[in-house]
Design a protein around this ligand. Structure first.
Ligand code: ADP
Ligand code: MG
Length: 818
């Protein structure tokens, strides 16, 4: 099979975007994934390409030990090769190139691409760029073809029209000043050795200003690098600097200024800049702004060749400008109004195609699947369960149950996601769905991501199901052979109506007789593949997925746009809010005292650390070491348990069991504890280095306490000196509402961070912001819905179909490293 080029390409660009840190995916580190990829022998390609391919496999083995520069180099080489091979794959088949005799020295044989439209040609085959050097460097930015250059959007613009004199600066305004450089100086921050500061003094006829730029990381303390910068910012050069005006003790300055040399060694393009709004591109080491600008400029006329796939009536209805103009003006807008229009069109596109593809997927799903079981919403079992329940369902639970039961009565398979904050009572809701299946003569399966969770569900369900005289079994990795066989038989005969388990459920010999419903808890923990394997166990079972990770609607639409979503946005009554405190390192004693007090009343405590081993980069208190310290010097009177991700499954289970049984009243853990663990006697959650976690994740962690009737506490230790991080943590002290917290997290940190690499299914948007462009997102969603209603097959829109197919391949690149 041909390699999945898009996935590889995407992995490479994600790695580059994240600063070549050798990203951890669900399963593999980036370097491992690449080693595996290039380790497979290459089917196509020429001899030279095959040799480069194999060499890359070796390079990626070394990758973790290499310097940043070397990593960049390897990634750039890999990107180039992948791009070449991809183009060759897509090109119409050509007669095979004759094999070179073995004695011929290996020279790179350039493959002609002149049969391709200009848009799709590599930059080096662009008539105006042929002689341009350094084009290969652009591979680092993912730019190979003319089209890539067109769609390499600026991250910002400098507005030379909004030029202001230095003496006239007013705080709070975003402006551009132009002046000559008086001096440029580098020094290391006295407070932080890894921080390099560049001070630049500018002068115009009205006055002077000092600008500072900050560079984090050891490589910037390198004199060589600094010398190069000093050459760039030579005294006397004319520069333009733009940014937000701030006042500090030295007077006015610009915050994080964007600095452009206008007539320095690279400044021959000044005519471009006069009286214009200029694009500022995301750059990386070794690539000058000048190079990117020139390449984009050369590509710009080709934008006219872009065939706008968006139907005209749609462009009119939603007041969108044509694509070629949008692409041209996102780079070089004549004014701000036009820039906003260009941006709006392109943001619309990003959302629109994603939504269209989600909705189509949903549609196809429903069509392709066989009829699902039509289930009875009410019946003897659910009636009896209602009377058994010791509590009333909350209104939110009732609403969600009724959504689900509605779905289950249709022969179109349900595909619904239930989002509900920790403790909102998702399990009961799932039981109503399960009972609907059972009382209609079907079987059900409930899958949880870990043994601990599966076992917890099982315990609760056994309790309820005993009273309903229904058998239920648990199947996990540690189920014995004999039991396992028994379960298999009972499933096959249909005797066993409900099976709870981990991914052991999807292992092959498990055969259901009549599987009508699959419930998946903490769905984001499972890969798409695992989910679909479980689904394959029945003929189109209904699917209910549940997640405790509250996601704002915008994220939800962009992440699960193909699912129906219900929210349990209300907690059962009588929950005591968890008292949450943000503490500084100095107040650690206070935290320990509180734990001691709770232990004295026979309660239990969690102590959480972000990482398990001291790493050089992050001076994090490591769980393993801290466990030792806590046990020996702080809490010698009790047993302190330890749980982290590098323990074997059995060790983990054991540690959790001992905590649950209060053999170890304290457990020190990494975030492996995060999901769903339920020990109602635990009343303290102490989180160290809380500033390193996202708010939603902290909220999840906090949800481990407050599950019983006792007042619970969450202590957020923040060693960060940064006032912003403290402020961020205060959101938690003030709110217990997971959706509100998620929304704040999204605003404060952006979607990538909120979802983490675990949820890499989120499409990358080049321009769109899930925070600022919510209105456009909703428009795009509506537009996609209307279009598909009229024309489910998109037959009248071949261009749209083609564009969708092209983008679809990119979107499915999600979860790249898995
Ligand atoms: P989660 O949504 O986090 O999975 P659970 O389903 O584990 O929450 O429910 C948390 C606790 O709340 C359980 O002990 C459950 O029995 C209880 N519970 C669920 N619904 C209600 C309700 N409507 N009223 C009172 N308690 C409830
Ligand atoms: Mg749960």
């Amino acid at each position: 099979m041909a390699p999945d080029w898009l996935r590889i390409k995407k992995a490479l660009s994600v790695e580059a975007d994240r600063g070549f840190e050798n990203l951890q995916g669900n399963q593999y580190r980036f370097s491992e994934f690449m080693t595996l990829t290039f380790g497979e022998s290459l089917k196509g390609g020429d001899d030279h390409q095959r040799r480069r391919w194999t060499k890359l496999a070796q390079d990626f083995v070394q990758y973790p030990d290499l310097t940043l520069k070397q990593r960049q180099g390897i990634v750039a080489i890999a990107r180039r090769l992948v791009q070449e091979l991809m183009l060759a794959d897509e090109a119409p088949s050509q007669p095979p190139t004759p094999k070179l005799p073995k004695t011929t020295p290996l020279v790179e044989q350039p493959r002609s691409t002149y049969h391709l439209p200009l848009l799709d040609r590599p930059l080096k085959d662009h008539p105006q760029l042929k002689r341009k050097r350094n084009l290969d460097n652009l591979a680092k930015l993912g730019i190979y073809t003319v089209r890539d250059a067109l769609f390499y959007y600026p991250r910002d613009h400098i507005d030379y029209a909004r030029q202001v004199e230095i003496a006239q600066l007013t705080p709070g305004e975003t402006v551009t000043v132009m002046g000559t450089i008086k001096s440029c100086r580098f020094f290391t921050s006295p407070k932080n050795k890894s921080l390099t500061i560049m001070d630049l003094r500018l002068r115009d006829r009205s006055g002077q200003i000092k600008l500072s730029r900050f560079f984090h990381g050891a490589r910037f303390s390198n004199r060589g690098w600094q010398k190069k910068q000093e050459q760039l910012y030579r005294s006397g050069s004319l520069v333009a600097a733009s940014g937000l005006v701030k006042i500090n003790k030295y007077g006015s300055t610009l915050e994080n200024p964007e600095i452009e040399v206008l007539d320095g060694p690279e400044g021959q393009i000044e005519s471009l800049k006069v009286g214009r709004i200029l694009p500022v591109y995301p750059l990386t080491e070794g690539i000058s702004a000048d190079l990117v600008r020139r390449v984009v400029l050369a590509a710009l006329p080709t934008a006219a060749e872009l065939d706008d796939p968006l139907p005209l009536n749609l462009q009119k209805d939603y007041e969108l400008i044509p694509l070629p103009r949008a692409v041209q003006e996102i780079h070089y807008p004549p004014d701000h109004e036009r820039l906003a229009q260009a941006r709006r069109r392109l943001v619309f596109d990003e959302f629109f195609y994603l939504q269209l593809s989600f909705l189509r997927r949903r549609q196809q799903h429903k069509q392709a699947q066989q009829n699902a079981a039509v289930l009875m919403p009410t019946g003897e079992l659910s009636d009896r369960f209602r009377t058994l329940l010791p509590f009333e369902l909350t209104r939110a639970q009732q609403r969600v149950v009724s959504d689900i039961l509605q779905d289950l009565q249709s022969s179109t398979p349900m595909n619904r996601l239930v989002q509900g904050d920790v403790g909102s009572g998702k399990t009961v809701v799932a039981v109503f769905a399960i009972l609907a299946a059972l009382q209609s003569g079907y079987q059900a399966a409930l899958m949880a991501p870990t043994e601990v969770l599966a076992e917890q569900h099982y315990r609760k369900l056994v309790e309820w199901f005993n009273q309903l005289y229904l058998p239920v079994e648990l199947l996990t990795g540690s189920t014995g052979v004999k039991k396992r066989r028994e379960i298999h038989t009972q499933l096959d005969t249909g005797e066993l109506p409900l099976l709870v388990g981990t991914h052991a459920l999807i292992e092959d010999p498990v055969q259901f007789r009549k599987l009508g419903l699959v419930v998946i808890d903490e769905q984001h923990r499972f890969g798409v593949k695992q989910r679909s394997r479980l689904l394959a166990k029945g003929t189109s079972p209904h699917v209910l997925t549940m997640t405790a990770t509250p996601i704002p609607r915008t994220l939800s639409l962009t992440l699960h746009g193909d699912l129906d979503v219900s929210q349990i946005d209300e907690l059962p009554p009588g929950r005591q809010p968890i008292q949450t405190l943000v503490l500084s390192a100095k107040q650690r004693q206070q935290a320990y005292d509180l734990i001691r007090r709770e232990l004295a009343s026979d309660r239990q405590a969690y102590i959480i650390f972000p990482l398990i081993e001291e790493s050089e980069k992050l001076d994090v208190r490591a769980a393993v070491k801290e466990h030792e310290r806590l046990q020996e010097t702080i809490f010698p009177e009790v047993q302190v348990g330890l749980l982290h991700g590098r323990m074997t499954a059995t060790e983990k289970e054991d540690a959790l069991r001992r905590f649950r049984d209060n053999e170890t009243p304290i457990i020190v853990s990494t975030t492996v504890i995060e999901v769903g663990v339920d020990v109602s006697n635990a009343t303290v959650m102490l989180i160290e280095n809380a500033e390193r976690f996202g708010l939603s994740q902290l909220h999840q962690l906090r949800g481990r306490v407050g599950r019983g009737t006792h007042q619970s506490h969450c202590l957020l230790m923040s060693s960060g000196k940064n006032p912003e991080s403290k402020e961020r943590l205060e959101v938690l002290a003030q709110s217990q509402d997971g959706f509100f917290i998620a929304e704040m997290d999204l605003r404060l940190r952006g979607p990538g961070e909120v979802l983490g690499t675990r949820q890499a299914g989120l499409a990358d948007f080049a321009l769109a912001s899930l925070v600022e462009d919510q209105a456009v997102l909703l428009l795009a969603r509506a537009a996609a819905e209307i279009l598909l209603q009229d024309e489910p097959a998109l037959q009248r829109y071949p261009k749209l179909q083609a564009e969708l197919a092209r983008r679809d391949r990119q979107f499915t690149g999600g979860g790249v490293l898995n």
